[in-house]
Design a binder for this molecule. Sequence first.
Ligand SMILES: [Zn+2]
Length: 678
Amino acid sequence: MPTMCRSILLAVLLLSAVFAFSQASSLHGIQTGDLDRSAQPCDDFYQFANGTWRANNPIPASMTRWSRRWQAGEASKDRLRDILETAAAEKNAPKGSTEQIIGDYYGACMDEGRVNARGMEPVKPWFAKIDAAADIAALQAVMADLHDILVAVPFAMGSSQDPHKPAWVLADIGASGLSLPERDYYLKPEDRFKEAREKYVAHVTAMLKLAGWDQKSAAAGAQTIMGMETKLAEASLDNVTLRDPAATDHNTTFAQLEAMAPHVDWAGYFKHKQIPTDVDLNVDQPKFMAEVDRQIQHTSLADWKLYLKWQLLNSVASSLSTPFVEEDFAFNGNYLAGVKELKPRWKRCAESTDQLLGEALGQKYVEKYFPPEAKARMQEMVRNLLAAMRDDILSRPWMSDDTKEKAMAKIATFNPKIGYPDKWKDYSKVEIRRDAFFEDTIAGRKFAEKDDRDQIGKPVDRGRWGMTPPTSDAYYNPLLNEIVFPAGILQPPAFDMNAVDAVNYGAIGVVIGHEISHGFDDQGSQYDFLGRLRNWWTDADMKDFQARGACVADQFDHYYIEKDIHHNGKLVLGESIGDLGGATIAYRAYEKSLEGKPRPAGIDGFTPEQQFFIAWGQFRGDETRPEAQRLMIQTDPHPVAKYRVLGPLSNLPAFQKAWNCKADAPMVRPEGKRCEVW
Ligand SMILES: [Zn+2]
């Protein structure tokens, strides 16, 4: 066990013991007004839990999904706006201060008149650079420049923990270079993919025309780009295979890399990136790199230039003038995701600041909006959830003592991060000007790229965060064995200082349990307590675990959003194990928290157990546009909201008991089909 992890965990345990839960009678229960009482909880719990809220709160035109949770996420942006407008109004902020950086970035973004007046001027120096390349060797140097501003095509290099030596960071070379959401969009014969390809070609044509091409050359250019990307898609792994860590685990020497793709100027590239060639390297997809190499060798210089210009335009469209923003939205927002209108400019500017300067903005956000009591209460819940996971694993009769011991070691090294990083990124050298939004975006991107690249070849920095503090989400990282909860998710309806425990355990408790369960899902189970990609299971236990996973995959294979559009059980397996395990251990932790205390009274006619399940339905349930659901089914490892409520709960005996459901009720999976992992 690494001592650092242990000491962090110990500190968390000690701290949380000080702040035990207090529960006054003024605390509220679930949202009774959201319930659809015409639906039966044992028939359709999704409808019962929040059907009335959804009926009364149509999805706003600028959103793909809507629920109290999404509403809270958008409300956080009002807070960001406050912070940003205050910073932007401060004319005397010292250069390099947080106020100057976020204030000027936001102010420049909000200056739509200037952005529009500049049109595509800011891109022209980049186009000129691409045009100036006399041969493919010179163009590869331009490609490296584009990688510096996060236009990382057709491959990408970034930092990644070494799955065999997780205390160290290696250079990871990954596949990139597609603009449709995923490889199936290029290759599958179904009408909906064919249509997406036609729309995509029309979209590329429109963007090239905006950038100065005539109709004929734009249309021909779009076909060329589609051809190059289709070849790259053919050589890419599908999204189910990509979930298998072993499928992308290819330790490679520099000499092997040169042999794998001999027409790529690797020496030049590494020199540009200031990375020594004896650095530890991983190539995610060797077959993809072979295709890149083939195209470097056989695709004409003119076609490569066209492809790079398109990728650049596509990547920076939202930082350009209105016609580019609108065309980009028409395809990616409206057509692919079903969104009806663009978000207001201030919101896009706040989101963009969060994306590029997230820890500067986040610092201001947590100062104002994240009370220390919230952190203390979260630490208490995380401690209880980890204890529940420990009990749960120990109680599983199918798992041998040997594997259990290894699992306990993994639980003991779990590192929870709550709210915001202990150490903030230093943006003081990022050059941000009030009058140059495009250049500001480029500066922010360069900072992000270098900040990542600087990790390569060094010991891992365990303090880094993969999400910004205002983000309304959470994650698990198997290499660091950490669960991370940004301040943004620690607000109602996920987490409510004024709600009873039943409600908090049913919402944020299940989220915490979900993240912990990721440590023991189809992917997380392959990493040991030190974050090494190494099998720690006995063969028999692994076989049993996989059969349990297959039950969940089969359950989700049967869920569909439209007649012919089913979930892919294997794609959503990790998230579904997370939800099933999360609900199980959060319920267990809640029960345990009641031990030795008088039983809490029912509220609003619901028992504490019923409140727990309603809280999950109300937090997790949402309304999602049909287009966005199609996109999710194809690309997202998370199931759609409806099945994240119905799926796990219909497996749980505790749910059946809480609602007195008959054995043949729709919310009760029949005995032989019931899935049970954790
Ligand atoms: Zn998850």
